[in-house]
Design a protein around this ligand. Structure first.
Ligand code: ADP
Ligand code: ZN
Ligand code: ZN
Length: 761
């Protein structure tokens, strides 16, 4: 198999050689050059032709070891001063990556500080690499020169029957088909193959095609003025055939999806393809159904696809047979041959950030891809990420507004329940919320209760004035650690004793937060004994599909109350829900993360968008100890601008994103001491790689926080310590971190991750 020994050659500095550059899928993060055996350059044999984007098997390391890698370049290079090894074989019959995809993945590797091979493996679905759903078969046929003289050939009768059967068959046959047809064993067939009277070739064949889906077609809607204005702007960019990013800030129900669809109709009329990225949770039949009703050829890429289905979609997309790809995060890698537009709906959603390596953010990758392929990018949200908002303010993105709901639906009324006044000492439900629930249930309506509980989340809050303990350095909520009875900053490791009296108002009734969904379920059940209550959280929703089943049951009215974590906050549309209650908006606010305010704003706004869609209208009640908090107050008024006006200057003052780039380093290990020591080593190395801070250099000094215990300080028996590095100059920051990590030598059993632009702490 291995042609390991190329012809010996003279070392000649000026000599040029045709070499293949290979990136290994696992192993060192490097590019390696290999010699290409002649037979892999034979254009008459496309199935073994070596070209960029195909995977190859290459000798690597000692002995006969081989590795799999992607061929990323084929071209002339000066001969190196040493003997090169040869490519052992080509694994794919076609290229898995377009030149655009190669550039995009190279950029991802540089930007997210991870090996290129790892990115390539993430971009090409496993089902494609394994060619799932296909089978390798040997197809037999007779050459025409043989077919013409079957009767006169000097062969046995059986052999003549074989040749005749093949000559009569309009299609090539497999060995089995041929043997059955003739009624013989494989012996005469194999003899004929050896004599060259039968030709054979190996092919991979598909095992099934998707049944055509029956959908009712839908006509375009007559756009209202806001929609028409936005669509005109998009058309202008499409006609100009250039890259630009449009940020559509449109309230829930303002008709953004209809605008996307009409923009895509234009793209499709040019014969090009569009990619629509949506958060996984909203890959609901409703959203998908609207796209199906308007386009003939769509591919829906969600996380429950089998390898076979994924492979089938991939091939159709690559062949240009799909007009619109609707997909979650990884849909951004759809191999469209002639991309015309990318849409990222709900662009602020955290699910666009992948939380395993490569830790990319689909919005950023989409941005990069759209720029590279010179097509417009549309970002849409009712509550844009501050990153996007700030870029629009800086003129990088064009901001388009859709401030009104279609059909003059009112925005749902959000009422803040001040827990300092209406606090139920024995439970989570305030008097106001219970009354609203009672009224809704008696009226035949349904209720959603959201308890945004993450991890332990035991923060310290004063119920009298709403103040919560914050780190003096980071403005991040301090977390209470019961064992040591201390307050800890999970960013910089600042520690202090819990206050006995509230520093703001002097109250002594300090409260330690923390309430679970199970406890809430018991309380609701006790209050409303004859009401069926459905709980949805990570514990009850383990099995795939349980999410859909549960939501269907709620939609059918089997349950009257739905309660759960933020997984119920998004993308759901229940006309019969007339009361939505947020049990404690402050839990999101008190999470030790600089995005806590933004998350809270998103949460309350998204939840509010879940009601008031039906004829009955709806009410949202948000329980909080801190109703004046800018994030909560602004969300209650549906006032994104007001929130951004308060939040952005604070971010800027502290150097947080979007003003500074951030890289997070987390290490994990069973020994707390070793884990902390490795994190400290990272801090030292990053500082060393950064060098001295020149006060005249723009951007100010490097900000290095930690090591500190991560917000989830211990997980499955492993301690977790983290470090944050921040600076406005992202390129320089990446270079320093990369150089520092190359110097780290983790002891046995310790692991680390690097997260560029981290989203969750
Ligand atoms: P968004 O994506 O901004 O939340 P949608 O596009 O889902 O809003 O629109 C909300 C609802 O209004 C949908 O049921 C949609 O069919 C309907 N709709 C959208 N545009 C129009 C329009 N121009 N006229 C009438 N109904 C519309
Ligand atoms: Zn107080
Ligand atoms: Zn701190």
């Amino acid at each position: 198999l291995f042609d390991d020994d190329p012809a010996p050659w003279e070392l000649d500095a000026a000599a040029q050689q045709t070499l293949a550059t290979v990136v290994l899928t696992t192993g060192p993060d490097n590019e390696y050059d290999y010699l290409i055996p002649d037979e892999l350059l034979d254009a008459r044999r496309p199935e073994t032709l070596l070209e960029v984007g195909r995977r190859v098997r290459v000798p690597f390391g000692r002995g006969n070891r081989t590795e799999v890698g992607y061929c990323v370049a084929v071209g002339s290079k000066p001969a190196p001063g040493r003997k090169l090894k040869s490519i052992a074989g080509v694994l794919d019959k076609q290229s898995l990556l377009t030149p655009h995809m190669l550039r995009l993945t190279r950029w991802m590797a540089d930007y997210y500080l991870c090996p290129w091979g790892q990115v390539l493996e993430a971009v090409v679905p496993a089902g494609v690499r394994g060619q799932a759903g296909t089978r390798e078969v040997t197809l037999l046929s007779v050459p025409t020169r043989v077919a013409a003289r079957v009767t006169t050939l000097d062969v046995t009768d059986k052999q003549r029957d074989v040749l005749q059967a093949l000559a009569n068959s309009p299609k090539p046959l497999t060995l089995k088909q041929l043997a059955t047809r003739v009624g013989c064993t494989s012996a005469p067939i194999n003899t004929l193959r050896k004599q060259g009277l039968i030709e054979s070739r190996v092919e991979r064949l598909d095992q099934g095609e998707l049944e055509a889906l029956v959908v009712t077609r839908e006509a375009p809607k007559q756009l209202n003025d806001d929609q028409a204005t936005v669509l005109r702007e998009i058309y202008r960019e499409l006609d100009a055939a250039r890259h630009s990013t449009l940020l559509i800030h449109g309230v829930t129900g303002s008709g953004k999806t209809e605008v996307y669809i009409q923009a895509i109709e234009k793209v499709v009329s040019f014969g090009r393809q569009a990619i629509v990225l949506v958060p996984e949770i909203s890959l609901t039949p409703q959203t998908v159904g609207r796209f199906r009703a308007r386009f003939d050829h769509i591919a829906v890429l969600h996380s429950h696809l089998s390898d076979v289905e994924r492979h089938r979609h991939w091939k159709k997309i690559a062949a240009g047979e799909v007009q619109v790809i609707v997909g979650a995060r990884s849909g951004v890698f759809a191999p469209t041959p002639d991309l015309g537009l990318i849409v990222v709906d709900e662009e602020h959603e955290t699910t666009f950030k992948q939380d395993s390596a490569p830790r990319y953010h689909a919005r950023e990758v989409a941005q990069r891809r759209a720029a590279d392929e010179n097509v417009p990018l549309i970002l849409g949200s009712a509550t844009p990420a501050l990153e996007s908002w700030q870029r629009a303010a800086a003129g990088e993105y064009k901001l388009l507004s859709m401030p009104r709901r279609v059909n003059n639906w009112p925005m749902p009324a959000v009422r803040l329940v001040d827990l300092r006044e209406d606090h139920n000492r024995r439970g989570a439900l305030s008097r106001n919320l219970m009354q609203a629930m009672d009224a809704a249930l008696r009226d035949g309506g349904q209720v959603i209760l959201l308890l945004n509980r993450r991890g332990f989340s035991t923060h310290v809050q004063c119920p009298a004035c709403g103040a919560s303990a914050k780190c003096p350095e980071c403005e991040i909520s301090l977390t209470f650690h019961r064992q040591d009875a201390i307050l800890l900053c999970h960013w910089c490791d600042h520690r202090q004793a819990p206050p006995q009296v509230c520093p703001d108002c002097g109250s002594t009734a300090i409260r330690y937060g923390g309430l679970g969904t199970q406890k809430l379920e018991a309380e609701v059940q006790a209050r409303f004994p004859r009401t069926r209550v459905l709980r949805m959280d990570a514990d009850t929703m383990r099995r795939p599909g349980s999410h859909e089943t549960a939501l269907d049951a709620f939609r059918n009215g089997e349950y009257r109350v739905l309660l759960g974590t933020q997984m119920i906050a998004k993308g759901l549309d229940f006309p019969n829900v007339t009361v939505v209650g947020v049990i404690n908006a402050d839990t999101a606010l008190n999470w030790p993360d600089f995005r806590a305010g933004e998350r809270t704003f998103h949460l309350v706004t998204q939840v509010a968008g879940r009601t008031g869609r039906g004829e009955k209208g709806g009410r949202v009640l948000v329980q909080t100890f801190d109703p004046e908090h800018p994030a909560i107050a602004a969300a209650a008024r549906h006032d994104y601008d007001a929130f951004a006006r308060v939040e952005l200057p604070q971010r800027e003052a502290l150097g947080y994103p979007p003003y500074g780039s951030m890289i997070r380093f987390v290490c994990r290990g069973e020994s707390e001491q070793q884990t902390a020591a490795l994190a400290q080593q990272a801090v030292d190395q990053i500082q060393a790689a950064w060098g001295d801070d020149d006060p005249l250099r723009p951007g100010g000094p490097l900000k290095l926080r930690g090591p500190a215990p991560a917000p989830i300080a211990k997980l499955r028996g492993e301690f977790r310590y983290h470090v944050q590095a921040m600076h406005p100059d992202g390129d320089r920051l990446r270079a320093a971190v990369k150089a520092a990590l190359a110097k780290l030598t983790p002891p046995e059993g310790l692991r680390w991750i690097v997260d560029v632009d981290p989203w969750e702490m």
